[in-house]
Structures are given as C-alpha cells and as structure tokens.
Design a protein around this ligand. Structure first.
Ligand SMILES: Nc1nc2c(c(=O)[nH]1)N[C@@H](CN(C=O)c1ccc(C(=O)N[C@@H](CCC(=O)O)C(=O)O)cc1)CN2
Length: 296
C-alpha cells in the first residue's frame, strides 16, 4: 500500500502520562498531609539487561519525582531463586513498601511464575499475581497490569466513556498485556476477539476492528490494509531494530501505512510512558488499600 497522507489523530501517550503523573504528585502530597506517610515502591532488577536497566531507572526517577519512596534492588544475574524469594518475603512485610515489582524478563535460570506468585497480592502493583488476574476476570476490584490499564485510559480519553458494542481485536495473548487487555475491553461491553500466532485469519479479523490493540512483539506485523478506516489503533509494540545503521524503537504496526486509522498511538511516545504512570497510580492505590485511606 502506498504511503497515505497522514490523517490519523495521534494519541499522545507521553502527554497523557505527564498529566497523570501531575495528578499523582498532588495525591501523594494529600496522603502525606493526611497520614504522615507516602507510598513506597520496591523495584527489583536481576542482571543487567540494557532495556530493563533503562526502564527500572525511569521508574525510580519518576517514583521519586512524584514524592514517593523508591527502593531499588539491583541483583547480580547469578542470583538464586531462593535469594530472590527471600528478598520478596522481606519486602512483603516491610511497612514502608506498598508496591513490589520484579522487572521482567528474568535470567533464564529463575522461575518468573513462582517469583510473581511470591509477591503479596495487595502489593502486586504489576497486577500479575493469579489473585489479581482472577479478580480482574471476575469483575472484582484488583490491581490491573499497567500497560493494559494505560491502553484503556488512552482509549476512553479518545473514544469517550462508552465503548459498549464496539468490536475490539487484541493481537497477542500474553499474561501481562493481551489477556488482561481483553478482560478490560470485555468489562466495557466491547465484543472482543483475541488473535495470536495460531490464528488462521488474523488480517481478516483485524479489518473488522473498531478498536485494534496490538501486543505481538513483532515489528510492523500489522499492515495498513489490516486496519479499518477510522479505527482506533493502540500499538503496544516496543521493538528495537537497526535501520540505516541506527538502533531505534518501532511498534508492531506499520505506522506509515496507518494514515486512514481514526487514531493511533506512536512508538515511542504512546503506550510506553503510560506503563510507568500507571505503575505509580497502582502504587498509590495499593497504599490507600493497605492504609484504609483515600487520596480524595
Ligand atoms: N515487571 C514488569 N516488567 C516489564 C513490564 C512491566 O510492566 N512490568 N513492561 C515492559 C517494560 N516496561 C516497563 O517495565 C516499559 C517499556 C517501555 C517504556 C517506555 O516508556 N518506552 C518509551 C521508549 C523508551 C525506549 O527508548 O525504550 C516509549 O514507548 O515511548 C516504559 C516501560 C517489560 N517488562
């Protein structure tokens, strides 16, 4: 498909995240005034994966900037399962810690599933624990995974509060994005289709989508002719590629072919910043529940 003159509205996740972080800063100040305490977020990094190091650094800076306590744990790649589980057990009972996250991916010798399940569900600000996943699936209050939560905020800001009846297609079925994203869309009474690597008619299904959320981890997977004119496209992809001798981040959607979309998130500058802003929002939520208070 030839490049189409840009007409899709850009969903500016970077600006939305900045505004959300401003709101969080005010809430933290209110909590400090009312309780004398501030939320605390513990972030555990195992090894030295370059991307993870960047993300953890950004989480630490933004947590501190919001007036919250940030506890960063940088462990060597050789850390054993027992050592990591023991750290989580200590954080679970630390009264200054209200949110705990272990940066993914973990080194291959560690059981990430067991690590996630070791976290106190009330402090699971990633929303990955089976308790929170089950509560999300059954419509109970839960800590919701940050990236899907951010995607939903962007969608409702763009499309309005009522998404009922819209056909939403989610590309990807990961536990941290695709599946919780589908649950959030279902909770908004969308008609939801989840496609994945074994789906046989992915392009056809995407073309029927009013809302298209792409979290496949494959650069440029979704071509322009997979997008229905006017659709809202949320590109969750964060793919590092070499182009013209330079390393850059691209999404899962062929952005230059998506001019006929109604709206689209750019990569970078779309979903990514929302992930961190929603992490801080989840940490405030966890603090309020653990302290039986509110930031209103
Ligand atoms: N425990 C977790 N691990 C991981 C998560 C998570 O939610 N919890 N998500 C991703 C990585 N991630 C947060 O950890 C993350 C990815 C990207 C961004 C972001 O702001 N990206 C920028 C571009 C920055 C760059 O140059 O890479 C953007 O998209 O504008 C924030 C957080 C996997 N691990």
């Amino acid at each position: 498909m030839d490049r189409i003159a840009r007409s899709a509205a850009i969903i500016d996740g970077k600006q939305f995240a900045a505004d959300l972080l401003g709101d969080i800063r005010l809430k933290v100040a209110t909590l400090k005034e009312n309780t004398g305490k501030v939320p605390g977020l513990a972030v555990v990094l195992v090894g030295s994966d370059p991307a993870s190091t960047v993300y953890v650094g950004s989480k630490h800076r933004q947590t501190t900037a919001a007036g919250m306590n940030s506890f960063k744990y940088e462990l060597p790649a050789e850390t054993t399962q027992q050592e990591l589980m023991a750290l989580i057990d200590r954080l679970n009972v630390d009264p200054q810690v209200h949110g705990i996250l272990v940066q993914l991916p973990l080194p291959a010798h560690l059981d990430a599933g067991a690590v996630i399940q070791e976290i106190n569900p009330d402090k699971d600000v990633d929303g990955f624990h089976v308790s929170n996943a089950g509560r999300l699936a059954t419509g109970s209050p839960a800590l919701v995974p940050c990236t899907p939560l951010g995607c939903m905020m962007l969608l409702k800001d763009r499309l309005g509060p009522d998404l009922a009846g819209l056909h939403a297609v989610v590309v990807g079925k990961s536990n941290i994005v695709g599946k919780p994203m589908a649950q959030l869309l279902l909770a908004e009474n969308c008609t939801v289709t989840v496609v994945h690597s074994r789906t046989r008619n992915t392009a056809e299904l995407c073309r029927a989508a009013d809302i298209l959320v792409v979290a496949a981890g494959r650069p440029g997977l979704v071509r322009g002719d997979w997008i229905k004119p006017g659709a809202a496209v949320i590109d969750v992809g964060i793919n590092r590629v070499e182009q013209d001798g330079k390393s850059r981040i691209v999404g899962d959607v062929a952005f230059d072919e998506a001019g006929h979309a109604g709206a689209i998130t750019p990569v970078p500058g779309g979903v990514g910043p929302m992930t961190i802003a929603c992490l801080l929002s989840n940490t405030v939520t966890a603090f309020c529940r653990l302290n039986n208070t509110s930031a209103a």
